[in-house]
Each structure stands twice: as C-alpha cells, then as structure tokens.
Design a protein around this ligand. Structure first.
Ligand code: MG
Length: 397
C-alpha cells in the first residue's frame, strides 16, 4: 500500500519510477547509482518493529539525505501541494528485477573479498534474516561463496518472530542453530540488511562492534589510509585499524555523518559499531552483504575461528545509560570537562571524553528528551564508574 501510494504520488508530478521490488536497503542505494536516478525511496522500519515502517530517502549519489536535504523534503511535504503533471505527462513505472544480481556480482568482484579462499574453506554458515529482506539475497550470496548454509527466518513477509535488531539478546535461536549444526559462524542481519552481527562457532553472539573490526582487518588498510567510525563505536574498531597503522577519524553518530566523512577524507573503509560496514570500493552505504563477504574473507585468510579472532585482541565492555534532559547541556559538558581534565575532548556531537583505553560519550537524543551516556573501558566496573560520574554531573547541572 505504501509503495503504491509513493509510486502514484511520484507519477502524479511527472516522475518515472523504477520498482526494484523487495530488496535490501543497500541494493536500492546501488540501484540509484546504476540508473543515475534522481533519488531513491526505501520503505522500511530498518531494525525496528514493523509498525515503524516509513520512508528512507536516498539522494542522487546513492547516499542518505543529510539533515539539510532532509529538512527540505519535510518542508516540501508540509508546504503547498506540488503542481500535478497534466494527463499526458504523468510518469510511468518500470520493474527492475536485476538489482539483487547486480549487487551480489559487485560484492563478489570487490578487492579484499577473497572468493577463492572462502570457497576452499567450504564454511558451514548458520543464517538468521529475521523474515526481513535478507532472505532475498543473503542465502544466494553465501552459496556463491561456496558456504554450506543452514538458515532460519528466510521468509520475506516482515512477520518478525523476535525483536528484529541483531543485538546479542535477540540472537539466541541463531546461537542454538550454530551449536546444533556445528557451524563455523552464525550471521544475522537486520530486516533491511544494512547491519550484520556475528555469532561465534560456540554459539555466542560476539557483539555487533566486531563486524566492522573484522571488515577492517579483511581490507588491511595501509599506514597512509584513513578509517572512519562514529563517536560511539567500540575501541575494538580503533584497535583493528591501528594494527595496520591506519588513521582513525570519528564522525558524529548517524549514517549520513559517517558517509560524508568517508567521502571528505577518501577513507578506505568506515562504518558504525552497530554492525554497519561501509566500503567505498563499492559504495558509501552500510551494506550487510559486503560485511559478510569481508568477514568470511578474514576467516578464510587467517585460517582461524571466530572465537580465536575475538580472543586475539583486547576486550572492552560498553555500558549505556540515559538520564532526563535538563535545559543546561553546556553546563553539563563544562562540569564533565573539569572533572576529567586529563581526557581528550571531542565536541562534534555532544561531548566525548577519551583516554587511550576508555571513553565516555554524552549526547542529547535526537528523538527523545533524554541525554544518552555511553562509556567503554577494559572492565565493566571501569565503564560503570565513568557512567556514574556522568550521571552525577548531569543531575547536578
Ligand atoms: Mg537497517
């Protein structure tokens, strides 16, 4: 219904619509570039429950609209109706059934994707696509990589059998599948397939931050190259980039911010700690098929297991909290800066205080009247201490 309404609206002002059907969000972004379209519209709730279905807008560059362009779209929607095309100038609709196969072919041709090495390993992969769009392309991708796939929730009907975000507490069934089938890895994607989370060969969800960390290690950036992540991304990502001497630059939270920074700095790879990998060798959008291919490449090349890859690097704990938002945010930031005088300060998005092995990020939510506190440290006690101090100073200001 939404798709037909959006199509009819576009036709009525003279736009032609290319209908790519039920596909992943990154597939649409690539289709915009392929067709040199004026833009793209994706009907999805992303990682949220189905009642949050809405429109995601893509610009002519295949990247999500930034806040300036987004505001213009909202103003257009709220303003005077646009002039309708006359009967002989309304737009048409054309199906494109090749969008998925173009996407998969492009992933398999990417530098850094070790197709032959992956095929040789004949990985046993457990897959959970949560009855979202992933069922339309993830099994085919894995099979073309020579994997032996065993899957749950491949139906693409949007009837999510569990909360659809691929966070560890939602991946218990996938963990059990990994153990039952003795899989080498478990892969979960969110309903619109721009985020990917990993379950190790013992059935444990390792946390979404490792997806980008592994993808960076697969790409092996040189010492002259830059990696971009957001201010709330785990240090496991920074550690992965530093292993190769690459520079890590952090952008404000939000896919569009990370995307713009990747382009500005010509970064080799980037993304978010929520399992969103952006590899500009293909495009600057979070792409779970790209993430899957890179993670499997790393596993194949290193001839090792997921749990060993995790064990090799330092571990951290992330703790999150939220407090009611008062009016005086700047006072909160100032109090925190004074309390932690030895920290490196980043003011791009709220306040981020960092030390070599820990950080505290304090930022107002964009959607609720709360302040979010996120801390990461080598132990949960250390992270809790940072959160408590932040909480105390938020309450005092
Ligand atoms: Mg998503």
């Amino acid at each position: 219904m939404f798709a037909q309404a959006a199509t009819a609206g576009l036709n009525s002002i003279g736009c032609d619509v290319i209908d790519v059907g039920l596909v992943a969000t990154p597939t649409v972004q690539l289709a915009v570039e392929h067709h040199r379209a004026a833009g793209g519209i994706i009907l999805t709730a992303s990682h949220n429950p189905i009642e949050w279905n809405a429109l995601k807008f893509v610009g002519p560059d295949g990247i999500f609209l930034d806040s300036v362009a987004g505001t213009r779209v909202r103003d257009l929607a709220a303003g005077e109706p646009l002039p309708r095309a006359s009967y002989n100038a309304i737009g048409g609709v054309e199906p494109d059934s090749d969008a998925i196969s173009r996407h998969l072919a492009a992933v398999l041709a990417l530098r850094g994707v070790a197709v032959r090495a992956i095929r040789r390993r004949r990985f046993r992969v457990a897959l959970d696509t949560v009855r979202g769009a992933g069922g339309a392309l993830m099994p085919e991708l894995l099979e073309r990589l020579g994997c032996r796939v065993t899957a749950i929730n491949l139906e693409t009907d949007g009837l999510f059998p569990r909360p659809p975000e691929p966070v560890p507490e939602n991946l218990k069934a996938l963990g059990a599948l990994v153990r039952r089938k003795k899989a080498d890895i478990g892969i979960a994607v969110d309903p619109d397939v721009d985020r990917l989370a990993i379950v190790d060969e013992k059935g444990r969800a390792i946390g979404e931050d490792y997806t980008l960390a592994f993808a960076i290690r697969a790409v092996r950036p040189s010492g002259r190259q830059t990696v971009v992540c957001n201010l709330s991304t785990s240090l496991v990502v920074e550690d992965a980039a530093k292993e190769f001497g690459a520079t890590v630059v952090r952008a404000p939270v939000g896919e569009a911010h990370v995307a713009r920074k990747i382009i500005e700095l010509r970064a080799v790879i980037g993304g978010e700690g929520n399992g969103g990998v952006m590899y500009p060798a293909l495009h600057v959008g979070r792409d779970a098929p790209v993430a899957a291919a890179l993670v499997l490449s790393l596993l194949a090349r290193e001839r090792t297991t997921v749990s060993e890859l995790v064990a090799r690097a330092p571990r951290y704990t992330i703790v999150k909290a939220k407090v009611p938002r008062g009016a005086r945010l700047e006072q909160v930031y100032e109090a925190l800066r004074q309390r932690f005088g030895d920290a490196t300060v980043d003011r791009q998005d709220g306040l981020r205080l960092s030390w070599p092995d820990r950080w505290l990020h304090v930022r107002p939510s964009g959607t609720e009247p709360i302040i979010r506190l996120i801390a990461e440290a080598p132990t949960s006690a250390d992270a809790e201490r940072l959160i408590e101090e932040g909480r105390r100073l938020c309450a005092a200001s």
